[in-house]
Structures are given as C-alpha cells and as structure tokens.
Design a protein around this ligand. Structure first.
Ligand code: HAM
Length: 492
C-alpha cells in the first residue's frame, strides 16, 4: 500500500476512535425529565381505551414495504418520499412502518379477526418512521397512538372517534384544539367529482406547483391538500367534494354532523381537507392546535377507510379510525403547562450501617416491598448522616435504621420523622409496626385535610356574607342618595 494511503487509513482510524456518538439526524432521546409528560399521556390513552372498549394490539416496527405501497398509496408523500425502505440479508423488501393503519388491517386479516363480533376495536401506540425534513414537532422517529374500529359503517362510530380524541385533549388540558371536517365521498360519487376537479385544474395547470402537476394525473384529490401558496389560491375556488356526494355519502355526513351537534363538539367544515393518505372514503378529520404565534400544528387526524380491508385482500369491511402524534401532544402539554403524572413516592426509608446490616437490609427491603410498602434506600452510601438527609429530601414519614448492633440483635430503630421520636423494634415485628404507623399517619392527614376544607368553607361563607352585607349597604346608600336627590329636585 502506498505510504500516503497508509497514513490516511491511520488518520481515519484515529478519527473513528475519537468519534463521539450522537443521535442520528431526526432521532432523539426522551430523557427522564420528560417522562412524567409521557406517563401522563399514556395513562390518559389507556383509560380512554378501557372506557370505549378498545383492545391493545402491538404491531411490528418492520413490515413488508408493499403493505404501505398498496395500503397508504404509492403516490402519497409518506410512501413516495419518506419511507425507510431496505432489503434484508435474505432479500426481502421491508420498511420501518410509517403509520399504523395498514398494519392493523394486515393483523385483522392475518389473525382471522373478521369472524369476531363487529366492530373489532383495536388500539396501538409506538414509534413510526418518516424520512422527512426534521424540524420542531416533526421528527423522523415519532410516536403515535391510534384507535381503529373495523366492521361498522354507521356514522355514530365516526362521531365516537372524534369524541374520544376530544376527551383525550381535555384530559391533558390541551385547549384551543379545532376539529376540521370534510367528506370526500366514495367509489360511487368520487369519479364524477374527480372529472370536474381535473377539468377545473387543467384550465389552471400553469399556476400549479410541479408536484401538483404530477398529482393531477395520479391523484387529483391530493391537489386540494397542497400547502404551496400558488396551489392554495387555485384550490380555493375549486369544486367542493361535499357538493357532489352521492345520496349515501350525503346521509352519512349529515348524520355525523347531527351526532357531533348532539355531543356538542364544534367543527369547522373544510372543503379542501382530503388528508395525505389514499385510503380514505367519506369522513376525513384533523385536529389542529394554534400556538401563541398563530402557527397551526396537526395534533392528529383520521377518517373512514371503507375499502382498505378489501384492497389488502379481505372482504368488504367498513372501518374508521384516527391517530395522534404523541410528541406533538407532549409539546402541547408543555406549552400549556399541563399537570404531569406524579408517581407515588416511598414513605419509608431504609438506612443501614455496616456490612452485616446491609445484608439484613436487603432482605427487609424485599419483605416490605412484597407487602406493598414502598421503600427508598441508598445501599451504596455508608454514611448515616447522608442517608438521613436523603430521607428528609424525599419526605419519608418513617426511617428504619439498621446499624451493626441492631443487625446482631435482630432489631431496627424506627424513627418517626413527623414526631422525631424513635424506638427499637424486633425485625420480625417491623412490617406490622410500619403498617400501623403509616395507617395512623394517613388517618391524621385525612383529618387535617378535612379540617382545612371545613375552615376554607367557613371562611368562604363568612366572605360571601360580608359581600352580601356590603352590597346591601351600597344599595341602601344608592337608595337614600336617590331619595335625597328626588327631594332636592322636588324642592327646586
Ligand atoms: P397522519 O395524519 O399521517 O395519519 O398522522 C397522524 C399524526 O401523527 C399527525 O397528525 C401528527 O400529529 C403525527 N405525525 C405525523 N408525522 C409526524 C412527524 N414526522 N413527526 C411528529 N409527528 C408526526 C395517520 O398516520 C393515519 N394512520 C391516521 C389514521 C388512523 N387514519 C385512520 N386511522
């Protein structure tokens, strides 16, 4: 090997060794300080799934790429531009899933769920992958949760999907969410609408962006959804899908609007809303949130996909669903200062001194946890003072101290952090004693809360009484002023 080449190789090797690894572009770590938001979000989603009877399904991250080409649509941005596609060592063409809906339908067919009572209700959550340009709220690996109901065509389900999403936003205290709604028809009414749209767009073809010129041939409906300024101007005057629905789609859409009125969910009819995925029929909807700067961000979206099961090889099966971006919801929670999930904190702290005590503590820790008592410890620390300060930090109610003497005697010192008192208890009685004390403390706290609430109520009634008296006084003043004025004017 020539000397220069050898030197370069050496340099490269040196550089490689020095390389500090970072997350790949578009990927990010979700650090422990962010987890309370995610935990809260997961809890809220789980509760809604239970309330509305949705069963969880976990789907693989890697799927056959044709599932999305056929399901989501080869012409969609998600598939044509953003898919993470690769060949396995065995030569299979696979991809990282860009969304969940086609996978749910694949699982529905693969596992014979079509014979289950309808609708089959499934929920999922997890990472999705789209090779898009990363920016705030748009990642290459992002998380979605979704709900899908298969086998029911009544618009009541579409309304219920929207209701579920709205309940989730409300529970997360995410306000100013607007529901955008449209109906894009079915196989019966869409061809004639498409003809109208194509003829309208063909007359204005020169004003469209390059992508839309192509879409005009492959999927004209998608032109309506284009974000390019020049296209939105053309589209604003285009024929609207809702004006060209067949009677079935019209009835379906009207019933959906009636259901939404009934459950008092406001909506914005958006004739240009078609959504970026090919499988939708009839209902399409999207949830937008406006930030302080007036920027709109889509928190989630969904709609009906009555032909997708058939397209993926199954029988005719109407279906509806929606998915939300969890990263965006967490960002919204942060900006709106939502309460996060607060995990229960341990009320008992186990401190130890010396090797024998450490061994005993390990056993006591397990026994306490097994009976449902949460315990904190720092077995790595040998210093009692630092352990006690740790106990103070976590606001432990009880500290159990096992020193060398206690370890040999088979006892522990129980220190009540509220009263400051302490006593030595045999280890075989420790669990009973800790339970008794914790119960006593809990009762005391309950009593204090009750007393405080009663005092607050008393103060409130006293204040309202004062306010009423003050108002009455003012009224009297007004009345006397009025009567004096009257008298004076009469005298004049
Ligand atoms: P989608 O509109 O493509 O729909 O995605 C749903 C949500 O995922 C978006 O509204 C957004 O909040 C979030 N999202 C999408 N891309 C990104 C990204 N790059 N970074 C962060 N968040 C993102 C679907 O995926 C359909 N499967 C929804 C559905 C379910 N339709 C029927 N059933």
């Amino acid at each position: 090997m020539p000397r220069k080449k050898q030197e370069n190789k050496k340099k490269n090797l040196k550089r490689q060794k020095k390389k500090r690894f970072q997350t790949v572009r578009g990927m990010r770590d979700i650090l422990p300080n962010e987890q309370p938001y995610w935990q809260k979000l997961r809890k809220v989603i789980e509760k809604i799934a239970v309330d509305y009877n949705y069963n969880r399904i976990d789907l693989p991250l890697i799927e056959d790429v044709d599932l999305f080409k056929r399901g989501t649509g080869e012409e969609t941005d998600i598939v044509s531009k953003e898919i993470y596609e690769f060949k396995t060592k065995g030569g299979e063409k696979v991809c990282l899933r860009p969304e969940g809906t086609p996978s749910v339908v694949r699982a529905y067919l693969q596992h014979g769920m079509r014979i289950a009572p309808k609708p089959v209700k499934l929920s999922y959550s997890g990472p999705m992958y789209r090779y898009d340009r990363p920016q705030e709220g748009r990642y290459r690996e992002f998380f979605q949760f979704g709900f899908e109901a298969l086998g029911e065509q009544d618009a009541v389900l579409d309304a219920q999907m929207i209701q579920m999403a709205m309940r989730i936003f409300k529970a997360l205290k995410i306000h100013n969410v607007t529901l955008h709604l449209n109906s894009i028809g079915c196989d019966e009414c869409r061809p004639s609408y498409n003809k109208l749209l194509i003829s309208y767009l063909n007359n204005r073809k020169s004003s469209l962006c390059m992508d839309c010129k192509r879409r005009l041939k492959t999927n004209p409906l998608r032109v309506l959804d284009c974000k390019e300024e020049k296209c939105t101007q053309v589209v604003s005057q285009a024929p609207q899908t809702v004006d060209h629905l067949c009677s079935d789609c019209k009835t379906h859409f009207t019933s959906l609007l009636e259901y939404l009125d009934e459950i008092q969910i406001p909506y914005l009819l958006r004739p240009q809303l078609v959504r970026g995925l090919d499988y939708y029929t009839k209902t399409v909807f999207e949830f937008f949130m406006e930030d302080d700067l007036g920027n709109q961000s889509a928190l989630g979206g969904g709609g009906r996909y009555d032909y997708l099961v058939r397209k993926l090889g199954g029988p005719d099966t109407p279906a509806v669903g929606f998915a939300c971006g969890m990263d965006r919801l967490v960002n919204a929670m942060k900006s709106q200062k939502t309460d996060t999930y607060q995990p229960p904190t341990p009320k008992v702290y186990l401190a130890q001194l010396g090797d024998v005590a450490k061994k005993k503590s390990l056993r006591i820790f397990e026994e306490l946890e097994r009976t449902g008592i949460m315990v904190a410890e720092s077995f790595g620390r040998g210093n009692l003072r630092s352990q006690l300060s740790q106990a103070n930090k976590i606001k432990a109610e009880i500290v159990l101290i096992i020193g060398q003497r206690e370890a040999l005697d088979g006892t522990a010192i129980l220190k009540d952090m509220n009263s400051g008192g302490q006593e030595t208890i045999p280890l075989d009685k420790i669990i009973k004693e800790v339970k008794k004390r914790l119960h006593k403390n809990a009762e005391m706290i309950k009593k204090i809360i009750k007393q405080k609430a009663a005092q607050k109520k008393k103060r409130k009634t006293k204040n309202t009484r004062k306010k009423i008296q003050l108002k009455a006084k003012k009224n009297i003043h007004k009345k006397t002023k009025k009567s004096i004025k009257k008298k004076v004017s009469r005298k004049k």
